[in-house]
Design a protein around this ligand. Structure first.
Ligand code: KG4
Ligand code: ZN
Length: 367
């Protein structure tokens, strides 16, 4: 019999956040409960922003620098209590050099400080999937079957969960992930990286009905998504308003100049473009998710991943779920974007399920 009462130290370095967490877990697979003792995230956004995206080797360098600093902080928390009996590290999907940094660090601290602890590899996507458990305090019969939407910078996946440990993939994006589309459109609109929160902010002052951008695959019978066409429509909308590339380049001297130019040429504001794009992306995600929920007779709808921070998406899914008399679960704001607490939660479930994953970077790991 393995104990279900665990203290878990988890490490997340799959992309541009260096994160460590210490959580307590008990209750087993039937009614898992978690207490977050420490959750530290060091974001590298400022370092990557000038490049308009994450630069893998820069990210790796920052992880190498940040991990010992965060660990020093975490050790203070452990000093006067029992040491962790489970160590968890994200092994994929993600940027390979970054994943190796986390894996190497996990092995190092196990050897040096926690030789008795078990070390397990965690799928980052399972981390997002289970992140609702950090906010939802009880797991009961009113949850499953559930339809889960995972939306991040690298993935857009729709799952049918029969239980906490059994799921089936219903669909996923055939091209860009929705977070990637947000980031790319933000770039077109001269907004800083990462673009999701910037589009959301700007969209607040815009009219979401100003431009009728396409909702790709919204009526297709499957549960797949496509966001590259929507992204390209925004590009064409802007491009068609330029006289030439030269005119366009000349507008890019300042943000104000660019925004005035767009307004003058297209008769809509940059905020209108952001709001119309956000609406089109959210409409597509909500339509597919709710159709799946209806067809699968889901008792709940779950949302996770970085894009789950988007308030319009949360609001729409919540309203539509209640119309269907289904519960709606999404993690609280701090657990949407990458963090290590969710890796600890997934580690607990994976460990009890005896999911034996190799402790090596697996950049293309999927669900
Ligand atoms: O899960 P995450 O932190 O990292 C990955 O695993 O990819 O997700 C990051 C993505 C980025 O594309 C970012 O632009 C998007 O989440 N994002 C948002 C919002 N906050 C973050 N997208 C839309 N609205 C937001 N408020
Ligand atoms: Zn993520």
């Amino acid at each position: 019999m393995i104990s279900t009462n665990m203290k878990i130290l988890s490490i997340e370095t799959s992309c541009d956040e260096t994160a460590l967490a210490l959580i307590e877990a008990n209750g087993g697979l039937k009614s898992p409960k978690f207490k977050v003792l420490k959750n530290i995230v060091s974001s590298q956004i400022k370092i990557h922003a000038p490049f308009g995206g994450v630069v893998p080797n820069l990210a790796k360098r920052e992880h190498l620098k940040n991990l010992p600093l965060l660990f020093k902080n975490l050790k203070l928390e452990i000093r006067n209590s029992r040491p962790p009996n489970l160590l968890a590290v994200t092994v994929g999907p993600g940027l390979e050099p970054c994943l190796w940094t986390g894996v190497g660090f996990a092995k190092e601290i196990k050897k040096k400080y926690f030789p008795k602890a078990k070390l397990i590899g965690v799928n980052h996507l399972e981390g997002h999937l289970y992140s609702f458990l950090l906010t939802k305090k009880t797991v009961n019969s009113k949850i499953f079957p559930a339809v889960a939407l995972i939306v991040s910078g690298g993935h857009t996946i729709l799952l049918l969960m029969k239980s906490l440990t059994e799921w089936k993939k219903l669909g996923e994006t055939r091209d860009d992930a929705v977070g990637e589309a947000f980031d790319k459109v933000a770039r077109m609109l001269e907004l800083p990286f990462p673009g999701g929160p910037e589009i959301e902010k700007l969209a607040k002052s815009g009219n979401s009905n100003a431009i009728n951008f396409p909702r790709p695959m919204i009526n297709s019978k499957d549960y797949d998504f496509s966001f590259s066409g929507l992204k390209t429509s925004v590009l064409y909308f802007l491009r068609d308003s330029y006289e030439s590339t030269k005119t366009y380049q000349s507008t890019k001297t300042t943000t104000k100049n660019f925004r005035n130019f767009v307004k003058f040429r297209t008769f809509v504001s940059v905020a209108d473009i952001a709001a119309s794009f956000e609406r089109a992306a959210v409409d597509t995600l909500v339509a597919k998710t709710m159709r799946a929920a209806k067809e699968c007779k889901a008792k709940s709808v779950m949302l996770s991943g970085g894009v789950a921070a988007n308030k319009l998406l949360r609001k729409e899914l919540k309203i539509q779920s209640s119309l269907l008399k289904a519960n709606f679960f999404a993690p609280s704001m701090k657990f949407n974007t990458d963090n290590a607490a969710m890796i600890g939660v997934a580690a607990y479930i994976s460990y009890l399920k005896r999911g034996n994953r190799a402790i090596r970077a697996q950049a293309n790991l999927n669900l």
